[in-house]
Design a binder for this molecule. Sequence first.
Ligand SMILES: *[C@@H]1O[C@H](CO)[C@@H](O)[C@H](O)[C@H]1NC(C)=O
Length: 178
Amino acid sequence: MAPKSLALAALLAVVAAVGLVPHGAEAVTGAATATNVLISGIVPCSTGSSINVATAPVFPNAGVQLVCGGKVVAGATSDGTGAFLINTGPVVGTDLLTVLLGNQCKVVVITPLAACNVSLAGATGTLTAPLKLLGTSTGTGSGGDPLGLGGIIGLVSGIISGILGGILNLGTQQFSTI
Ligand SMILES: *[C@@H]1O[C@H](CO)[C@@H](O)[C@H](O)[C@H]1NC(C)=O
């Protein structure tokens, strides 16, 4: 976990620095710098901590929300395979991106577990998952490769490209009932 935190801290420093520079230009080109944030995952129909979605039953038609600092930012519903895709729509500026990359957001399942398995009607807690970075792609078509957490240099340039009108792809880490 420590290396990832360091990577995120490094990213934040870059994101913050980038955020400071183009503020004058932002007023003019605000629409062009809008970024889409996509968050994908699979909701398990299970309780516990760090649930393995590869082996757990899935949770179809589950309402999921992106929650940042206690506020609901966006939402979606899982399909028949438990898969969901939250799309924030165009995000202008770097505030939400900074919060997301700062690990201050989570995905929360708002549909009670009884909806996928009546045996879980008595389950306490809410299915919740932290986020992970899947990659970025640019809106202009240059350098659109998804980037893993491994290559920090490529990652940073990818994040910058993502801020400038691209797509930030996030996924969920394992769900836990919290
Ligand atoms: C429902 O939950 C119970 C208790 O966790 C479990 O034993 C059972 O296998 C689940 N049923 C399905 C269909 O997943």
